[in-house]
Design a binder for this molecule. Structure first.
Ligand code: NAD
Length: 283
């Protein structure tokens, strides 16, 4: 079983050391501006978790909260303010924003240098072209878990189930960057089971509890479960954990697998962004 909590704790400790070094060098700690619009309960919890985790590693909390009725121009103006504020190293617009707003258009106004969620079109383009840039946190967390458990990627068959801009697509490019042979599956894929069963590395990022069973898994494969599904039995992943453990070489639990990695990678991205801004300022 892959222990995401342990790997995430190690990364957080490493980030805390990097924050100390950076603060000593520059006289200012990195700052993270989380932007929450409205009162969505899940988003409120996610943002609180991100702020707590940032504080724990010494990142300055520059959180901003706008009311539910905030207009597109108001949110855009706030992002613009954060874009030009040197105390802000990273900007995270918590999605989804209220229905009246265009979340994708707002995300696109974040300057790429501060795009710690890696979700702007510029960051996505840089990833696709293999150019340096900030990468999305959950896909980064998946790669980090695989590396932590010495899972070979080069030349292997990697199957990613899910093609969202948030997880499936960026993860596929990160795996490709590591020279895996990548197959992307989605809701129209025929014979999902047979495609998945070819995978040395299988990642599920769908949002359907227990979709991936033992027959989807090649014996010895590394299986990473990104899914978070609230069921009557509690939080469940996309992988039928009990059925798959006997067959897989490695498997992530839900909770305690990919989840803790996402925030850890956000913290790391914030430090990377602050370092890049610092270096640019010195040039
Ligand atoms: P999404 O709804 O945007 O995308 C789901 C994808 O699954 C789509 O590309 C769709 O084509 C595919 N799909 C749907 N049904 C399918 C089927 N039967 N067979 C094959 N593919 C199918 O979701 P998302 O934002 O990518 O998130 C996916 C899951 O990961 C959700 O459960 C979400 O909660 C979770 N998630 C977890 C974290 C984390 O930190 N652990 C972060 C982001 C998302």
């Amino acid at each position: 079983m892959i222990d995401g909590r342990a790997v995430a704790a190690r990364i957080r400790a490493q980030v805390a050391r990097e924050v100390t070094t950076l603060t000593e060098r520059t006289g200012r700690p990195p700052g993270l501006a989380t932007i929450l619009v409205g009162e969505d309960p899940a988003s409120t919890i996610y943002v609180a978790n991100k702020r707590n985790a940032s504080g724990e590693v010494g990142i300055t909390d520059l959180h901003r909260h706008l009311p539910d009725q905030a207009r597109q121009e108001e949110v855009a103006a706030l992002i613009e303010e954060c874009n030009s504020d040197p105390a802000v190293s990273g900007i995270l617009l918590q999605l989804p924003v209220p229905e009246a707003l265009d979340g994708a258009a707002l995300t696109a106004t974040i300057v790429p240098e501060k795009d710690v969620d890696g979700l702007t079109p510029v960051s996505a383009g840089r990833l696709m072209q293999g150019a340096p840039g900030l990468r999305p946190c959950t896909p980064l967390g998946v790669i980090e878990l695989l590396d932590s458990y010495d899972v070979e990627l080069e030349g292997t068959q990697a199957v990613v189930v899910g093609r969202s801009n948030l997880v499936g697509k960026p993860l596929s490019f990160l795996l490709l960057e590591r020279n895996a042979t990548v197959t992307i599956c989605h809701s129209r894929t025929r014979d999902l089971e047979a495609v998945c069963a070819r995978a040395d590395v299988l990642v599920a990022a769908v949002g359907t509890a227990g979709l991936i069973g033992a027959d989807h898994v090649k014996p010895g494969a590394a299986v990473i479960d990104v899914g978070i599904n609230r069921t009557e039995e509690g939080l469940r992943g996309d992988v039928d954990f009990d059925a798959v453990t006997a067959r897989a070489g490695l498997v992530t639990p839900v909770p305690g697998g990919v989840g803790p990695m996402t925030i850890a990678m956000l913290l790391r991205n914030t430090v990377i962004a602050a370092s890049m801004q610092q270096e640019r300022g010195e040039r």
